[in-house]
Design a protein around this ligand. Structure first.
Ligand SMILES: [Cu+2]
Length: 146
């Protein structure tokens, strides 16, 4: 085979390998009406760890090392999510949709933000991506489940 063809194929594969996951993540997360900005542009969001358990009642998400822990939380209607800033820097919990379903405003170190999942703002079965407005690489996901 001609060297030029081989180089072209390698370059084409490299482009597909980079573009496809990003495009797929954007498309996947734009499907939910409540989640039009599921991904921050050009940052794949498929890396979020799926939550295997469901939380009812009081559910905690910690802000630690500029990460939401856990990144994904499955909660039932009526539950309360409490974000606790265990970090040494200020963070927010702000849903990605516009206008945001919730926005904590700045949460200084040691402080917390409480959010109750009510059916006036949330829909069972929907997914709500959120981020920190100060560090937009911080991504989290709230799934409202039965
Ligand atoms: Cu932050």
């Amino acid at each position: 085979m001609n060297h030029k063809i081989i180089y072209f194929l390698i370059a084409a594969l490299a482009v597909v390998a980079v573009v496809y996951p990003v495009a797929y993540a954007q498309l996947t997360n734009s499907n939910s009406a409540n989640n039009p900005l599921g991904c921050i542009p050009l940052v794949p969001c498929g890396h979020l760890t799926p939550a295997t358990s469901v939380c009812s009642g009081t559910c905690y998400v910690y802000m630690s090392d500029a990460t939401f822990v856990p990144e994904t939380i499955n909660v039932t209607m009526g539950s309360q999510i409490i974000w606790v800033n265990n970090d040494s820097i200020t963070h927010t919990s702000t849903s990605n949709n516009n206008p945001p379903t919730w926005n904590s405003n700045p949460i200084p170190p040691g402080q917390r933000f409480e959010l109750t999942i009510t059916n006036s703002s949330f829909v069972v079965g929907d997914s709500y991506y959120y981020h920190c407005e100060i560090h937009t690489q911080m991504l989290g996901l709230v799934n409202v489940v039965k």
